[in-house]
Ligand binder design. Structure first.
Ligand code: ZN
Length: 347
């Protein structure tokens, strides 16, 4: 069967026509022709045209918006078609529906695919940082399914094009995609502490989780200094050491325990709460104070505070995925400051 895909280019009388002798794959029933009219060239590439699907003689057959993507290499065409075939269960929701595939045998390799037009891409960072929670979850779900089907998109996380297709997160353009089995080793628990990328396993999904702010921010301000939730393990001395030199070490280590308690409540981590409790009771505070040269030098007590960085707070968090998880009356963070008795000054 001979199938033809043709498109007209708006504002240009040129009618380009591909007549391909072989149809590799066809997902919808075009009688004989897949015609795309009023095509508009994508600004970023001369190989992608947006247009309207129509029947023979260029009369409108449907208002279905489609994209014609042309290839100058059969290898690239077949690669992209293979990805769409492997991800068939995601077509129409998380990736565009592949409507038709054409290839032209001969010396001059070329071909084309016709896809549903999923609109303009939205940048990953822009959309995932500030988009709705449901969209961010949808995007993560889509990427995980693509990985589970055996493909990575293999682009820098911020440059993976993501589309909003009828409210669903959608990926398209699989030229750089590679077949690989996903290396992620743990589930994504929204609101929990951010794991290390090594512990998580899959770099691409990890990067998107970070962009989408699904985990509690791993950076917080400790006495106006940058500190990390990874410092909440062990004896927490590394966190207390972040305090500036005038700070009383007893106060600093106590505030470290409070940070741990804060995250323990927010992220539902009873082990972290138990750790802070044990450290208080087993003499860790005294050991830290003795250890600290600050005591010997008589630095003045200093009541500090910790807070999450405003710009790292998740946006539009709602429902059970909201972070922080507990109510914050009047926007106040649920931490309290202990009053630390002033230490005797050295003579
Ligand atoms: Zn993966």
């Amino acid at each position: 069967m001979t199938l033809t895909v043709a498109y007209t280019v708006r504002n240009d009388s040129t009618v380009s026509t591909f007549a391909y002798a072989r149809c590799l794959q066809r997902h919808v029933d075009f009688p004989q022709f897949a015609l795309v009219r009023d095509g508009q060239m994508n600004r970023n590439t001369n190989r992608i045209f947006h247009g309207l699907l129509c029947s023979a003689e260029f009369s409108f057959h449907t208002s279905r918006k489609v994209v014609v993507k042309t290839f100058h290499s059969t290898t690239q065409l077949q690669h992209e078609v293979a990805v769409y075939a492997r991800l068939a269960h995601l077509q129409g929701t998380h990736i565009p529906q592949l409507l038709a595939v054409y290839s032209e045998p001969g010396d001059e390799e070329r071909g084309a695919i016709v896809l549903d037009d999923v609109g303009n891409q939205v940048g990953l960072v822009d959309e995932l940082s500030y988009g709705s929670l449901s969209f961010r979850r949808d995007a993560l779900y889509a990427l995980m399914q693509i990985h589970d089907a055996g493909y990575e998109l293999r682009d820098s996380a911020n440059r993976i094009p993501i589309y909003n297709f009828k409210g669903r997160a959608c990926f398209a353009g699989f030229a750089p995609a590679v077949q690989v089995s996903c290396a992620r080793r743990r589930n994504i628990e929204p609101g929990s502490l951010e794991p290390s990328s090594e512990h998580f396993g899959c770099w691409e999904i990890y990067a998107m989780c970070v962009s989408a702010h699904v985990w509690a921010p791993d950076i917080f301000s400790f006495y106006e200094r940058k500190a990390y939730t990874s410092m909440l393990s062990g004896d927490m001395w590394s966190l207390a050491d972040c305090a500036p030199r005038p700070v009383d070490p007893r106060e600093a280590i106590e505030l470290a325990y409070e940070v741990a308690e804060f995250y323990a409540v927010q992220c539902n981590l009873p082990d972290l709460a138990r750790l802070a409790c044990n450290l208080r009771q087993n003499g860790n505070t005294e050991r830290y104070v003795e250890h600290s040269v600050a005591v010997a030098r008589g630095y003045k007590p200093y009541l500090g505070e910790f807070r999450i960085f405003e710009h790292l707070a998740p946006h539009e968090m709602r429902s059970d995925y909201a972070w922080p998880r507990i109510d914050r009356p009047n926007g106040a963070l649920p931490y309290k400051l202990h009053h630390i008795p002033q230490l005797p000054q050295p003579s």
